[in-house]
Design a protein around this ligand. Structure first.
Ligand SMILES: [Ca+2]
Length: 353
């Protein structure tokens, strides 16, 4: 085995030196300094300052000046040292890059980078709720998308071979229209915009657009991530992909126009699933939890959280039902309509703060 590795290493090193035409120890790659702050992947809260500190590690090296950048925008140029605290100009949560370009007196220039997580500056309060009404829901439906629109519920369901889109009456549950997806697709979030239904699929990176009136397929679109939840803000489609990211998408070109990274005051909230936009906020199911979170659609901050575990026990036989998923607004009351995969009810809940 060793005999095989040694010629390979030799070949690699020869290739490296030939390609780069440099000696095997390249002094230009020698490090002069290291960033002692901020530590990579460290957390900073919105409206907190970020401390940058650089330590010269090479003996006799003398710093001339250094430039600090936040997300590639210059913050300050310092002479003779690189220790500085600044309040970043940022209103959104998420990962951000700090870089320091240092000039040494012998002509060496060195750039070091670190990433910080900008967290929310406030713990999300726990919202209380009460169930004001229940409506029927098919216990055969593996709910992935739920939207209430002009008196009818539109629902997209998952699983290959079982995925469909249906329209039904909220109060009676009576089905008005239903179409299956091709067997290879696992249906995910839906939203209604511009008299069309937009639907995501889970892993195929392919979405569908249907005419709202007759459910006729109008076109396909593609995206680069998994497809999970969907909603819209009256201008853009909004989608989740199972991470802590929420994407805004142009409804005509399907280009991604913006992206949020969702954080509360402790860290990223991942597995964001079904969505519902309402007056500048996005309600979201968090997969495999009992939580609905309320996200600020402008910043990514988690504004509030709501634990719906109580509903699971009212939603059918526990051995048959799956997770909480499916959230929409009843515009007549302003209440939320929520359900879950294979649940036998939709619950109308009123937030009581
Ligand atoms: Ca929804």
């Amino acid at each position: 085995m060793l005999k095989k590795i040694f010629p390979l290493l030799l070949a690699c090193s020869l290739l490296f030196s030939c390609k780069n035409n440099t000696p095997s120890i390249d002094t230009r790659l020698e490090s002069y300094s290291r960033l002692t702050s901020p530590a990579n992947n460290s957390a900073v809260k919105l409206n907190d300052s970020i401390r940058v500190a650089l330590q010269v590690t090479k003996q006799d090296a003398q710093m001339d000046s250094s430039k600090i950048y936040f997300e590639n925008s210059p913050v300050i140029t310092l002479r003779g040292s690189a220790s500085y605290s600044f309040l970043p100009s940022v209103s959104r949560t998420g990962l951000r890059k700090i870089s320091v370009m240092t000039f040494f007196k012998d002509g060496k220039t060195e750039t070091l980078e670190s990433t910080v997580k900008i967290l929310s500056d406030a713990a999300p309060p726990a919202l209380k709720y009460s169930v004001v009404k229940t409506y029927p829901h098919s216990k055969d439906d593996f709910t992935e998308g739920l939207e209430y629109y002009k008196g009818y519920v539109y629902e997209s369901t998952g699983l290959e071979g079982k995925s469909l889109i249906k329209k039904y009456d909220l109060i009676s549950g009576k089905i008005v229209k239903e179409i299956p997806l091709d067997k290879q697709y696992f249906g995910e979030g839906i939203t209604i915009f511009d008299n069309k239904i937009f639907q995501l699929t889970w892993k195929d990176k392919k979405g569908f657009v249907y005419n709202l009136d007759d459910f006729k397929l109008m076109q396909n679109f593609s995206y680069n991530t998994e497809g999970w939840g969907m909603t819209n803000n009256g201008k853009e489609l909004i989608m989740s992909d199972g991470s802590n990211k929420i994407y805004f998408m142009n409804p005509n070109s399907f280009a991604i126009t913006d992206k949020l990274e969702v954080y509360d005051n402790a860290g990223a909230i991942t597995k964001i699933n079904e969505l519902e936009y309402d007056k500048g906020s996005i309600y979201a199911n968090v997969w495999q939890t009992f939580l609905v979170i309320k996200i600020d659609a402008a910043t990514g901050k988690v504004l509030a959280r709501m634990d719906l575990e109580d509903l699971i026990h009212k939603a059918g036989n526990l051995r048959e039902i799956d997770v909480l998923n499916g959230i929409t607004i009843n515009p007549a009351t302003g209440n939320l309509l929520v359900t879950g995969k294979l649940w036998n009810k939709i619950f109308e809940i009123k937030i009581t703060e």
